[in-house]
Design a binder for this molecule. Sequence first.
Ligand code: AMP
Length: 147
Amino acid sequence: MISMTSKDFLELPIADLIISSEKVAHVQLGNNAEHALLVLTKTGYSSIPVLDTQYCLHGLLSMRMITESILGLDHIEFEKLNDIKVDDIMDKKVATLNIHDKFQKALDLVINHAFLCVLDNEEKFVGIMTRRVILKQLKKYIYQISY
Ligand code: AMP
């Protein structure tokens, strides 16, 4: 087996490791919180990207953001779900990678994020890189240098 140095490993391109945009559950700018709640519940993901019709990334939306937006003083105001737009409750600070980035950048960023959004050179959303995929690669590499 040809063994890889840690430098080679950290310089691996991320492009082959991403989940491509057509397989990523997302909501669209302008969608209401009720729709977003349905998508999050059905997919079981804790957080998903918010895109526009041109596949530009605008933010991330999680179940917690929805719950917080309908939290009244002593009860949850479910009736508000229909009127709240994802645009107003999403987190606009998103950790992103460029499709041409190397594994090291993903490893650095994924410490604080369960997944990273990947953009192309035109800033269009092309997919995500998850912590699971990054850990799997790391495990493969560690096993390869250990035996
Ligand atoms: P994982 O590392 O596979 O557990 O994924 C971590 C997080 O990445 C999930 O909780 C979701 O927020 C997000 N994620 C993973 N796969 C998808 C997908 N296909 N569509 C949307 N979000 C995803």
